[in-house]
Design a binder for this molecule. Structure first.
Ligand SMILES: NC(=O)c1ccc[n+]([C@@H]2O[C@H](COP(=O)([O-])OP(=O)(O)OC[C@H]3O[C@@H](n4cnc5c(N)ncnc54)[C@H](O)[C@@H]3O)[C@@H](O)[C@H]2O)c1
Length: 325
């Protein structure tokens, strides 16, 4: 099967490209590298079934030959990125999604939208099932991302209902693993970077807010299962294990053996208090559930980070930025 992966040069996209290639698919990776990097996929370039195309999907695009599926992952995804690129985030969620949908429809290809748990905002229902509509501030600091994804979900649904497109929507919860950028502002990458540098771990609020953390291999298995299915979704993909941010900090200190202390900072505006997916639908429709426990996933990520230590920037103090997801 031939799959087009938009945002394939990013953290999740690069793992998806890899998994698809390893199972025998042909993969076209489309990326403008506004938050991703070619180095995430350069190891795949010698593979003749892999193509890397530098392109901005907010402009109409084409790929020669038959295409069986489009996985639309292109979007800035971490708070520092979408704060830096607010208009680009709205544009790729709206125009970019429409271009990807049009392309998939024209080719009779399955279309997969990578949506997000941020569609639930700061949820009033816990844990979050897919039929919860969310609690989102449309003019808050996270709105460019949350509302772009909510619009992308509405557009995808309209293409299915009005035009008969074969679409599926997944709502991805916090995912971590190798190739996360150390300075992407996500809580796992931030804690790992701080612990490995033996600097204080910065916890926002009192650290009692909860998150769920899914290891990237589990998540990618969910994405491929959704690509292969006819499921319309939305389907939550995430690990239902729930940890406080303080518990995560302690686990990172344990896994890294770091002597770092923990420092508390004010909670950012609109920081969700609790996040945990209900994954009954993923189990029923995709036969999917995560298998990698947090401690094991952190160990694998630490091993990768240590092997890449030479790449780590030694300047600036990004810990001052009050962002955490
Ligand atoms: N990582 C997570 O925990 C998580 C959670 C929820 C949802 N998601 C979704 O999964 C997708 C991938 O996230 P990620 O963590 O890999 O982020 P990422 O920033 O590493 O990857 C996104 C990729 O999209 C590319 N991109 C952005 N705008 C583009 C455009 N206009 N044209 C072409 N390429 C463009 C970027 O350069 C980057 O390579 C995103 O859509 C994100 O919203 C991720």
């Amino acid at each position: 099967m031939k799959v087009v992966v938009t945002g394939g040069g990013g953290f999740l996209g690069s793992h998806l490209c890899e998994a698809l290639l390893y199972r025998g698919d042909t993969v076209w990776c489309l990326d403008n590298f506004c938050t991703g990097a070619p180095k995430n996929v350069t190891h795949l370039l010698p593979e003749p079934r892999f193509r890397l195309v530098s392109c901005d999907v907010t402009e109409p695009f084409d790929v020669p030959g038959p295409v069986h599926a489009v996985a639309h992952l292109a979007s800035p995804a971490s708070p520092p990125d979408y704060h830096r690129l607010p208009l680009e985030t709205l544009s790729v969620g709206s125009r970019g999604t429409e271009n990807a949908l049009r392309f998939a429809l024209r080719r009779g290809a399955r279309f997969l939208l990578a949506s997000t748990s941020e569609a639930y905002g700061d949820p009033e229902v816990h844990p979050q099932p897919e039929d919860y509509w969310g609690h989102v501030n449309p003019v808050g600091p996270r709105s460019v991302y949350d509302e772009a994804k909510r619009y992308a979900e509405a557009l995808t649904t309209a293409y299915r209902r009005s035009l008969g497109a074969n679409t599926g929507i997944v709502r991805i919860f916090n995912t971590y693993g190798p190739r996360m950028r150390p300075h992407d502002g996500r809580v796992v990458s931030t804690f790992l970077r701080q612990a490995l540098a033996e600097r204080p771990l910065t916890v926002f609020g009192d650290g009692s807010q909860t998150r769920s953390f899914c290891y990237v291999d589990d998540l990618v298995r969910g994405l491929t299962a959704m690509l292969d299915s006819c499921s319309e979704g939305p389907v939550n993909l995430g690990n239902p294990g729930e940890f406080t941010v303080r518990e995560l900090a302690d686990l990172v200190l344990k896994v890294t053996g770091s002597p770092s202390s923990v420092e508390y900072r004010p909670l950012p505006v609109d920081d969700p208090c609790r996040r945990r997916p209900v994954i009954d639908r993923a189990r029923a429709e995709l036969g999917w559930s995560p298998t990698v426990p947090l401690e094991e996933g952190l160990r694998r990520t630490v091993a990768w980070s240590r092997s890449r230590a030479a790449d780590r920037p030694a300047t600036a103090d990004p810990d001052r930025k009050p962002v955490q997801v």
